[in-house]
Design a protein around this ligand. Structure first.
Ligand SMILES: Nc1ncnc2c1ncn2[C@@H]1O[C@H](COP(=O)(O)OP(=O)(O)O)[C@@H](O)[C@H]1O
Ligand SMILES: [Mg+2]
Length: 254
């Protein structure tokens, strides 16, 4: 079991990256996969051509409210994380042929609601044991990941855009990952589709982090997203998909 996180600022291409990574893992037979959409924007399902609403799947945020905010009565005595886990199995897990998907949804409440956070973490810890790889689509900043989802990951892929702030962002993300005490094996930098070519040595020199290359700009990705078509069906020789295969190979997923 390996846990992979795709993170970066909005619009850098995280979700498309996760979708194409999923396609790659299916192709090389690393299933079953669990995808966790931890971005409140929630567009991972869309990128895979799935409607969670039509499938009757609830977000974890909704299930948290059902489980902990609305009184339940009959569940006294069952530990919170077990209650959460069975709720997710029952109502929060989209089950596909090669992958399952959970959407965290918007923040359920502001502030420290330690019980639901801990319950979710405990539930996910057990649930994830059933999968080969778990891929998390995460917004920038890993604080919430640590608080609600997991404190231990294998690989972090941080997508960067060409903005001046981007380098600072990566350094900040790296610092936060260490400060909040997330255990990780690898912290990789990936150039998003807007990132210029040929900046490999600059990235590695400035950041002292491993740069895996950039995701090619690919009008097919745009077309698929706009029409709601699953990125799993993109052509094998599509430039973005080709670069994702190369990036994953460089990260040791050959
Ligand atoms: N490789 C790519 N080439 C061209 N456009 C892309 C590519 N990846 C993503 N996009 C476009 O950028 C938009 C944002 O991508 P998305 O993956 O949703 O980013 P994020 O999850 O980081 O917000 C998408 O709607 C898509 O049209
Ligand atoms: Mg996204």
């Amino acid at each position: 079991m390996r846990l992979i996180v795709s993170m970066g600022r909005g619009g850098t291409g995280k979700t498309s990256f996760v979708a194409l990574m999923t396609k790659y893992f299916i192709e090389i037979g690393r299933t079953p996969l669990l995808l966790i959409d931890a971005d409140p924007d929630q567009n991972l399902a869309d990128a895979l051509g799935i409607s969670l609403e039509d499938a009757g799947i609830k977000t974890v945020s909704e299930l948290i409210v059902e489980t902990f905010m609305v009184s339940g009565g009959t569940t006294v005595g069952i530990p919170p994380s077990e209650r959460m886990e069975s709720k997710i199995w029952e109502k929060g897990l989209y089950e596909g042929e090669n992958f399952d998907l959970i959407a965290i949804g918007p923040k359920w409440v502001e502030g420290c609601y330690c019980l639901p956070n801990e319950a979710l973490k405990g539930a996910l810890e057990r649930l994830t044991k059933n999968y080969t790889y778990i891929i998390i689509d995460s917004p920038a900043g890993l604080e919430h990941l640590n608080r609600r989802i997991t404190s231990k990951v294998n690989d972090i892929f941080d997508l960067i855009d060409p903005s001046k702030k981007s380098f600072d962002h990566v350094l900040r993300a790296y610092r936060i990952a260490r400060e909040v005490d997330i255990k990780f094996e690898n912290f990789y930098v990936v150039g998003g589709f807007r990132f210029p070519n040929g900046l490999n040595s600059e990235v590695e020199g400035k950041l002292n982090l491993k740069y895996l290359g950039k995701i090619a700009f690919d009008e097919n990705v745009e077309k698929f997203i706009i029409s709601g078509k699953s990125l799993l069906e993109i052509q094998h020789d599509s430039p973005a998909y080709k670069s994702v295969r190369e990036i994953m190979t460089r990260a040791g997923y050959g």
